[in-house]
Design a protein around this ligand. Structure first.
Ligand SMILES: O=P(O)(O)O[C@H]1O[C@H](CO)[C@@H](O)[C@H]1O
Ligand SMILES: O=c1cc[nH]c(=O)[nH]1
Length: 239
């Protein structure tokens, strides 16, 4: 047991998918994992363990934003010995080449969060994905002809942002999309020497104003989930 995850040791798999939305965690467990069992409902932040094509995998909600993500990510790495976390999130597109429902593999994550500023003081740490996970995820997405982009994203502390000029500048510098957790995941994976990748589906478009429904954000985005599970299976299966 850790403070925020009500699991016994051994109940969480070494490989964990993490959506922000705990109901997306439940949906993934029910639709993609065999014999999925709930191991934690502390604060309704659901966590399940089951198997995917024979490999034990867990799925754990993280909540929204880097502070919430960092609580669950720290406990998974530090208290439960988790080796790999793949975030499966939604994001807002910042680039017109990126379309609604496209998949983004975040090779890096800029952040405006105070968390990394406090952690690294005067140094701008560059949170990056694990290369093996990134390369594998790209190969899986390409083999299945999924509309996929690889690049930099922004992990923001704000969903509602008053500073449109800053996101415009990031668009000019090639940042593909905005979400709220990947930089925390990549920073924690670096700290604990573990593997991490953030995969996001474009749920809305910051430039065009297009958007998907809340139900779609909770219960679909199957391309992203399949890429995440096949990536974990390819990298960690049969070892
Ligand atoms: O869909 P999830 O994984 O929650 O991710 C995105 O959605 C939330 C905002 O609506 C933030 O957590 C953001 O990162
Ligand atoms: O954090 C997020 C998630 C989806 N869309 C956004 O604009 N921001």
């Amino acid at each position: 047991m850790s403070i925020h995850i009500g699991a016994d040791s051994g109940q969480i798999a070494p490989y964990v998918l993490m959506p922000g939305d705990p109901l997306r965690a439940k949906w993934i467990a029910e639709h993609y994992l065999e014999d999925a069992k709930l191991y934690s409902d502390v604060r309704n932040m659901f966590g399940y363990t089951g198997t995917y094509k024979g490999l034990e995998v867990s799925v754990q909600g993280s909540g929204m934003g880097m502070p919430s993500f960092a609580i669950y990510g720290t406990e998974l790495f530090n208290d439960f010995g988790v080796q790999t976390i793949v975030r499966v999130g939604s994001c807002g597109a910042l680039n017109t080449d990126v379309k609604l429902r496209d998949v983004i593999l975040a090779s890096g994550a800029c952040t405006d969060s105070g968390m990394n500023r406090l952690r690294f003081e005067g140094v701008d740490f560059a949170p990056i994905a694990d290369f093996e996970l990134l390369r594998t995820a790209y190969d899986v997405a390409a083999a299945n002809k999924m509309p996929t982009h690889v690049g930099n994203i922004l992990s923001s502390d704000s969903f509602y942002n008053d500073r449109a000029e800053l996101t415009t500048r990031l668009t000019e510098y090639g940042v593909l999309a905005v979400e709220m957790e990947a930089a925390a995941l990549y920073t924690l994976a670096a700290k604990y020497g573990r593997k991490a990748l953030a995969i996001c589906t474009v749920s809305d478009h910051v430039i065009t104003g297009e958007a998907t429904s809340s139900q779609e954000r909770e219960q679909s985005f199957s391309d992203m989930i399949e890429v995440a599970l096949e990536t974990v299976l390819t990298v960690h299966g049969q070892k």
